[in-house]
Design a protein around this ligand. Structure first.
Ligand code: SAM
Length: 242
């Protein structure tokens, strides 16, 4: 059982509540810091993942832990009938809604407040699901994955992106300097939440990655589960079907 890392190390509150508060706090600077700290490469990662789900021409797409909606908005390029972005943080989705409006896709993309571990959607109701940098933040990982499986239709596809540690020892060391020291410093400078960008490397360190995560996904029932390290392994792309 992995160690539970929470944003504020507050033992009186659950991880979910702390995660919601943290993302509400950093929402205003989230997109700016995301693109800055990943040098804009996160945009390419999402495009790759969307291309994968595009292989089945999905009409109903669910973007779990949608945040400010970048994955949901990228999924619009597949010309689906509907994209639903789900998140527990209203603060984050406020920016997603504004972006959808600016891009004139607010009729296609809807943002819904909800918990990925207990979704109000019917069984088999989505053709494809995306999750970008969200699963690491779930309070109960397996409950979230089981829900994902439940709402996906048979034959549907899931694309998960998650931050990870590079497998090569030298790259891991260099990246560690950046991720463990530079990222929290830059995060503190620009965001009003001093813990958020320290929680980021801490939570990546304890999250199951690569084949360990594949095993969990297969136990849930997903098939054809594959894993690809992106950009020297700083991001992991998991693809799978139901
Ligand atoms: C790092 S952000 C990722 C946002 C976006 N997917 C992206 O690619 O930039 C993680 C998001 O997961 C959301 N989240 C965490 N736990 C959740 C849960 N149990 N249910 C729904 N959303 C959750 C947070 O509120 C936050 O907006």
């Amino acid at each position: 059982m992995a160690k539970i890392v929470t944003p504020y190390n507050d033992e009186t509150r659950g991880k979910k509540e702390q995660v919601e508060e943290m993302f509400d706090n950093i929402a205003r600077r989230y997109d700016f810091l995301n693109h800055l700290l990943s040098l804009g490469i996160d945009i390419r990662w999402r495009k790759k993942a969307v291309k994968y789900i595009g292989g089945i021409k999905p009409l109903r797409i669910l973007d779990i832990a949608t945040g400010t909606g970048d994955f949901a908005l990228e999924a619009v390029t597949l010309k689906p009938a509907k994209v639903t972005g789900l998140d527990i943080s209203e603060g984050m989705m406020k920016y997603g809604r504004a972006k959808a409006k600016t891009m004139q896709v607010d009729k296609v993309v809807e943002f819904v407040k909800g918990d990925s571990e207990k979704m109000e959607f019917a069984d088999n109701s989505y053709d494809a699901i995306t999750v970008g940098f969200g699963v690491r933040n779930f309070e109960n990982l397996e409950a979230g994955l089981r829900e994902m499986y439940r709402v996906l239709r048979p034959g549907g596809r899931v694309a998960i992106l998650e931050a990870s540690q590079p497998p090569n020892a030298i790259i891991k060391w260099v990246f560690g300097l950046y991720f463990n020291y530079m990222v929290p410093a830059v995060g503190r400078l620009f965001s009003k939440d001093v813990r958020a960008y320290t929680y980021l490397p801490e939570s990546v360190r304890v999250f199951p990655s690569g084949f360990e995560f594949i095993k969990i996904l297969e136990n849930i029932g997903f098939r054809n589960v594959e894993w690809k390290p992106l950009t020297l392994g700083v991001c992991a792309f998991y693809s799978m079907e139901k």
